[in-house]
Design a binder for this molecule. Structure first.
Ligand code: FAD
Length: 413
């Protein structure tokens, strides 16, 4: 119907970002095809924290009940010192839900991905596996994703191809930046941890010198999720094979009993080296646009990576949906509106995540200072999370100031 081509939008990559975009645009009446290199759609890894700025969007898409039925609504986020085990600060998550109108949840990554995948199938998204996109081209009235088996035309092509995005080379020659930190994960049946000294109803983050450790329950408390992250001495020494399991044990040697009791459960055969990229402020070339980690891979310390991808999808689709159109979309206007707001927000997340990680990993006097500052914080002071957890901005003027209590001085622009 639409000028002979059989889909309106081509999405490259079927991770959380690609599927969220496909669903959001299909909900606006467009025909979307997703090209995924893997043989099946899926997610590896364990738990994912999803803050109110994500559950708000999932609710709008009609998916919040399903997500709630699969995940856990923790009571608190507790931040503790990894060496002495003392509580430094916390967030009361029932108060967070009251304040922002939507819950803070944790869910297995494959459950969130599965929820999006089922919603895409119900909505009629064309989901294609075993296709690796190798190049992109602009075309009359759209763009083309090129792969070994052919060429896929869309009025736009959205690249959701992750940290090592091929499409990103169109807009930037930057490379992933290694943090020299590595993550080990594990998700085990709760019985395996039942005898340990835990906070099964909370998300707990132990922060320590050059390391941190995260624990929370998943799947109605049937599973227990842990993430152990540390700076690799081998990475600092320039060795190729870094972040190896022997380094895991060494990194937490000085940690408190609660942390060390959890370490033997970590999966030792898989690890995630932590990379981000420098923020870039232009994600669009003609009818090709970046989204998700391809556009803004963060270090994970704010737990906003997948959330940003879902926000990207919501923002672009809302700009499309707001257009007064009879069959055709003004893509240039929608992409310009998207590009005017998302890079600015995501730049803040990327730079703040780096700074937040540095704060977590302090040693010596800096650690003492950090602990004193965190212990002093009022648990109900939301100035550090309002800009993250509040409603997703559609336009730059809706972006909330990062620290409203200090905004008075520099608003005379
Ligand atoms: P990806 O998940 O990388 O998906 C890219 C997809 O594209 C893949 O399916 C890939 O196979 C496919 N692909 C790649 N290249 C091609 C190609 N050329 N052709 C076709 N297909 C291709 N985020 C949160 O919100 N909360 C958290 O608590 C959180 N915790 C984290 C903890 C850790 C340890 C880590 C490592 C990350 C965490 N994140 C978290 C971040 C989150 O995982 C990512 O930001 C998110 O998964 C990115 O999704 P994406 O779809 O953009 O990219």
């Amino acid at each position: 119907a639409h000028d002979g081509h059989d889909v309106d939008v081509v999405v490259v990559g079927g991770g959380i970002g690609g599927l969220a975009n496909a669903l959001a645009l299909t909900r606006k009446g467009l025909r979307v095809r997703v090209l995924e290199q893997a043989h099946e759609f899926g997610e590896v890894g364990a738990g994912l924290q999803i803050a109110p700025n994500c559950t708000r969007i999932l609710d709008q898409w009609g998916l919040l009940d399903e997500v709630k039925s699969l995940g856990v609504l923790p009571e608190n986020i507790l931040m503790k010192d990894a060496i002495d085990g003392g509580v430094l600060t916390s967030l009361d998550l029932s108060d967070v839900e009251r304040r922002y109108g939507f819950p803070y949840m944790v869910i297995h990554r494959s459950d969130l991905h599965g929820t999006l995948l089922r919603a895409c199938r119900r909505a009629g998204v064309d989901l294609v596996n075993d296709v690796t996109v190798t190049a992109y081209e602009q075309a009359e009235g759209g763009a083309v994703a090129v792969h070994a088996g052919g060429r896929e035309f869309g009025e736009i092509v959205l690249a959701a191809d992750g940290l090592r995005s091929v499409a990103r080379r169109i807009v930037s020659d930057d490379e992933p930046v290694s943090s020299a930190y590595v993550a080990y994960r594990s998700a085990v049946p709760f019985e395996k941890v039942a005898d340990l000294d835990l906070h099964p109803k909370d998300v707990v983050v132990y922060i320590g010198p050059r390391c941190h450790f995260v624990q929370y329950s998943l799947r109605h408390g049937e599973m227990f999720n842990q993430v152990a992250v540390f700076e690799s001495p081998k990475a600092l020494a320039g060795e190729e094979d870094w972040g190896t399991p022997d380094e895991l044990d060494g990194a937490f040697a000085a940690a408190c009993d609660q942390v060390r009791a959890g370490l033997p459960l970590m999966w030792r055969d898989r690890r995630w080296r932590m990379y981000d990229r420098e923020p870039i402020m232009d994600w669009v070339r003609g009818r090709i646009a970046l989204t998700g980690d391809a556009a803004h891979p963060p270090l994970q310390y704010l737990a906003q990576g997948a959330i940003m991808a879902i926000e990207d999808a919501w923002v672009l689709s809302e700009h499309v949906g707001a257009q007064d159109r009879t069959g055709s979309v003004d893509w240039d206007a929608a992409l310009a509106a998207y590009n005017a707001v998302r890079p600015q927000h995501c730049r803040r997340v990327l730079t703040t995540a780096r700074a937040w990680g540095n704060l977590w990993h302090h040693d010596g006097e800096k650690r003492e200072w950090r602990n004193a500052v965190l212990r002093d914080r009022d648990v109900y002071d939301y100035s550090y999370v309002d800009w993250l957890f509040g409603p997703t901005a559609l336009t730059p003027d809706q972006l909330s100031p990062m620290f409203p209590q200090y905004a008075g001085d520099d608003t005379q622009a």
